[in-house]
Design a protein around this ligand. Structure first.
Ligand code: MN
Length: 232
């Protein structure tokens, strides 16, 4: 253990408002399998597995408490957004997790992508939970102190709804390990008022939508597919 061990994680612990009793656990939470294989140490995989479940629970708990009248069909897309790679990556970035992440290969060679940062964020919560002696309440309170307000504000402003393509992709990747594809079927209308017709499809579920730009038509077709998936 390097001498600077506790110093090294000080900033991160301050941001989390939690001090680890077992710094090794924190280190494991930040160890990608590429580094773990090289050094023969444990990676964050099991902590991520645990953290994934915890983050899901905390997010759902916040949403159910905040929107007691909402139906499952309304809560599901909100939840999908707040546990999505996109959103968790953002939270990981705010904690500057990329600074701490241990990855294999020559320095800088390994590309830390959105998915790895999101995973590390989850594993961090698994590690906190374990370090706190499996104290669910303590872990949940920490999570809520950091993120509850933001999640509720975003959920109320419906910001999370804007990006249907992201939400859809998260869902289909989880369910089938597949991404939706988008195809421009037609472009019509005059130069200044073009109409784009786009088809979104995944696993045999298809929907077509039109928009004044390719982007808009893609978003709307993703929205339709999301609706179809909810009916299934
Ligand atoms: Mn994950």
């Amino acid at each position: 253990m390097p001498a600077s061990y506790s110093e090294e994680y000080k900033d991160l612990e301050e941001k989390l408002r939690y001090t680890f009793k077992d710094k090794k656990l924190l280190e494991q939470a930040l160890t990608h399998k590429s580094y773990a294989m090289e050094k023969g140490v444990k990676s964050y995989e099991t902590l991520e597995f645990l953290g994934d479940a915890l983050v899901n629970l905390f997010v759902v708990d916040i949403l159910v408490c905040e929107f007691p009248q909402a139906k499952e069909g309304e809560l599901a897309p909100m939840k999908a957004f707040f546990v999505s790679e996109e959103f968790l990556h953002q939270l990981a970035h705010e904690l500057e997790l990329e600074r701490y992440l241990l990855v294999g290969g020559k320095k800088g060679k390994f590309k830390v992508n959105v998915s790895i940062l999101g995973d590390a964020f989850e594993s961090l919560w698994g590690a906190i939970y374990m370090d706190a002696g499996r104290d669910t309440n303590l872990t949940r309170t920490l999570f809520e102190n950091l993120y509850r307000e933001r999640i509720v504000t975003m959920a109320k402003s419906s910001d999370y709804r804007k990006d249907y393509k992201t939400i859809l992709q998260e869902i289909t990747q989880k369910r089938w390990k597949e991404r939706p594809t988008y195809r421009v079927i037609s472009v019509s209308g005059p130069q200044h008022g073009k109409v784009f017709e786009v088809e979104c499809s995944v696993k045999g579920v298809r929907a077509v939508a039109v928009g004044s730009s390719k982007k808009e038509a893609e978003q709307l077709s993703a929205k339709r597919v999301l609706e179809l998936l909810q009916e299934l």
